[in-house]
Design a protein around this ligand. Sequence first.
Ligand code: ZN
Length: 139
Amino acid sequence: MTIKTTSVEKKTKGFSDVIDITNDVEAFIKKCDVMNGIATVFIPGSTGAVTTVEYEPGLKKDIPEFVEKILPRDAYYHHNETWNDGNGFSHMRSALFGPSLTVPFENGKLTLGTWQQIALLDFDARGRNRKVIIQVMGE
Ligand code: ZN
């Protein structure tokens, strides 16, 4: 059994930016020299999230529009009174999607569907340099 961890840096624009990180995860599995197991992707930050989407231009607009409907940027959030950082909407959106994802891999390949990619979502109110943790457990 092998357990290996790495991190990758991603430049984001914030405001529900959707970034395909599938290749980073696949590349790290190859590096780990394991055939079967699971890859966990985790974002250490409470205004980001990790999920799967079909990474295409329509959904890159649908996700920001969806979160704006259910958690509008200009709604009232108690968090904004705590720090005055004005990104209560970012934290709520992040909590909704969640910070991590686990994907099984078989024969060195992720078991994702054909139209399914691993996506980093950045909900912060500014662009960021995001660190994403990838951990592979397998043999
Ligand atoms: Zn905040």
